[in-house]
Every structure is written in C-alpha cells, then in structure tokens.
Design a protein around this ligand. Structure first.
Ligand code: GAR
Length: 221
C-alpha cells in the first residue's frame, strides 16, 4: 500500500493519525493493530498507536504495549472518590496523548459525560455481538443463551448509551451446536478472529480516508 496524504478525521491535521487504545484484558485486538501498523508502516496504514490505557494493572494488554515500546497508563476507578472523578482523570490521561481516534478494544468500562464531551465522534468500540442485539458486558454468552444461529461483532462509535452508537461495520460468525458445551469460549475465539480483522480494517479506513457521522449512518469518505 503506497503512502498518500490522508484526508483528516474531523478536526485533525493531515498526516498519520494518533490512536490511543483502551484495554482491560488480553489485548489481542490491540496486538492486531500493533502488528498491522508495524508491518505496513504507520504512513501507509494511516495511523499509529501513541499510547495504551487500561482500567487495571497486570493485564496482558499492557504487557503487549510495553513489548511494542508504546507508552501506557492505568486509570483505576477505585483510585478516585467518584465515578465522575475517574471519568475526568481518564479524559485527561487520554487527552495528554492528543489522539485523533480513541479505540476501546476490550475496555470493560462505560465512560462518562466528560470523556464523551471530549472524544465523542472519535471514540470507536468493538463489541462481540451483532448490535443492537446483546449489548453489554456479556455479548457472547447472551447471544448463545438466546439461541441465535448467527452472531458476530460490531465496530461502532460510542455514544452515551451502552453499545448504542452509530455502527461502522459488522462481521458474522455462525454458532455451532457444540458452542453450548464450553459456555461460549470457542465461539468468542472465532468471533475475535473476525473482529481483529474488522477493527484493523475499520480504524485504518477511518484514519486514511476521513469520515462523517450522519445521524446513525457512518460515511467513510
Ligand atoms: C473482544 O471480543 C471485545 O469485543 C470484547 O472483549 C474482547 C477483548 O478481547 N469487548 C466487550 O465485550 C465490550 N463489551 P482482547 O482483549 O483479546 O482484544
């Protein structure tokens, strides 16, 4: 892929987009971003990961960032008197890295008003179900319990609801009969294979091409 001048994401200068990625766990989606950018080069991909943030310490997601030489920060709810103070601290920690896009890649916290006021319209989340079905923290388990035969993943912009923001892209995964035996672990792994490719593709296209959000529709230019 040849490097080309990028059409900016809203409000940003032309050039390589700055990504802050938020994680709470294993960070395989983060790793997919890091690997793709290392392979393609930040100019060709259109963005680079400038920092990784987490709501807890000691997770593999942070270790992945450290191995890649990416700065990290941790902002724990329990270190703050109120949820609002945590939200303000998270907002400042992210803002310090001047991101063009913030990516929630397995970040298991709902952000608050201040975060959305600062990063609304450029905060992307990936969810392991086909929204608007099965929002929340247990998308895989809930889909399986409902008995759906297909599920998948959704990459969307975050708004002030739980997994309700404008959808950018979705990927479909079939449910197998045996998925009920392990409580959805194998299904989640198959979803994550699709999800990693989808997230890498979407973030790159947003950064390279620019986009606009028209109501519930996301138009990548
Ligand atoms: C992903 O499947 C992501 O969709 C999910 O956590 C996983 C993180 O995997 N997020 C949610 O469930 C948010 N509601 P990873 O840490 O290996 O990237």
């Amino acid at each position: 892929m040849a490097a080309k001048p990028v059409a900016p994401v809203p409000g940003r200068r032309p050039g390589t987009g700055r990504l802050v990625v938020l994680v709470s766990g294993s960070g395989t989606n983060l790793q997919a971003l890091l690997d793709t950018i290392a392979e393609a080069g930040a100019d060709a991909y259109g963005a680079e990961v400038v920092a990784v943030g987490a709501d807890r310490e000691g997770i593999e997601g942070l270790a992945r960032a450290e191995r890649a030489g990416v700065p990290t920060f941790v902002c724990r709810v329990r270190d703050h008197a109120t949820r609002e103070e945590w939200d303000a601290a998270l907002t400042e920690a992210v803002a310090a890295h001047e991101p063009d896009l913030v990516v929630s890649a397995g970040f298991m916290k709902i952000v608050g008003k201040e975060f959305l006021a600062r990063f609304g319209g450029r905060f992307v989340n990936t969810h392991p179900a086909l929204l608007p079905s099965f929002p929340g923290a247990h998308g895989v388990r809930d889909a399986l319990a409902y008995g759906v035969r297909v599920t998948g993943c959704t990459v969307h912009f975050v708004d002030d609801g739980v997994d309700t923001g404008p959808i950018i892209a979705q990927g479909v995964v079939e449910v197998r009969d045996e998925d009920h035996e392990d409580g959805g672990a194998a299904l989640h792994e198959r979803i994550k294979e699709v999800e990693r490719r989808l997230l890498v593709d979407v973030v790159g296209r947003l950064a390279r091409n620019g986009y606009r959000i028209e109501g519930r529709k996301v138009v990548i230019q």
